[in-house]
Design a protein around this ligand. Structure first.
Ligand SMILES: [Zn+2]
Length: 216
């Protein structure tokens, strides 16, 4: 039998003696009553941008779905395997979630790939290529701009893709209906992994602004 990674076992030990001990009652209560998370987060798989860490959330608070480049595909009830749409459906219809956050981040490899027309498939299946083709119409327009530097294109695309995902969220009837009734709020945010800065999307303009937060 292959050996379970040492780092994970050590981390589990720290968790059990630290956080689990401190939050034992909360875990027990969550096991009995079920989860009631307040926010669905659609985040990237990137190991540097974990929502629970960035927002300092405990067990039971965030319902998180992570995928390459934090994309929300449009509503397509076509019988294919839609994992992000399944998570959305459960969060909205079963958990009655009150907030949805599409959370992007700086230096996103998935976004970089969407802006690289010469990118080769990583495997014959080209799953990434197919997935990020969701961004193709926007990415093509950004690529055309010779006025922008590479890093400006990257940051612009990271933020455009958040707005794109939010538009796609609204193609789901359950989301649209609940948002129109005022029972569901949709948010966007972008996290700069090098500086720790969080930028949140203004609902009306779609611009990203720094929220007022005291940081030492
Ligand atoms: Zn990413």
């Amino acid at each position: 039998m292959s050996k379970f990674p040492e780092r994970l076992l050590a981390g589990y030990q720290t968790f059990m003696t630290g956080r689990y001990t401190a939050e034992r009652a909360r875990y027990r209560q969550l096991a009995e009553t079920g989860q009631e998370p307040h926010t669905l987060v659609i985040a990237c798989c990137d190991s540097r941008a974990a929502p629970e860490t960035i927002f300092d959330c405990g067990p039971g608070e965030l319902f998180v779905v992570r995928n390459v480049a934090n994309l929300m595909p449009p509503y397509e009830p076509d019988g294919n395997y839609h994992s992000t749409s399944a998570a959305l459906e459960f969060a909205v219809q079963a958990l009655k979630i009150r907030n949805i956050l599409v959370m992007g981040h700086g230096r996103c490899g998935g976004i970089a790939a969407s802006l690289d027309p010469a990118a080769k498939p990583l495997s014959p299946g080209d799953f990434i290529g197919q997935w990020i083709s969701l961004l193709k119409p926007a990415a093509e327009k950004i690529q055309e701009s010779s006025l922008m530097t590479g890093s400006e294109r990257q940051t612009a695309m990271e933020r455009i893709s958040i707005r794109n995902s939010i538009s796609n969220l609204r193609t789901f009837p359950c989301v649209k209906i609940l948002e129109d009734k005022g029972k569901l709020e949709i948010h966007g945010a972008w996290f700069d992994i090098s500086s720790g800065e969080l930028w949140v999307m203004d609902k009306d303009s779609g611009d990203f602004v720094r929220p007022e937060v005291e940081v030492a």
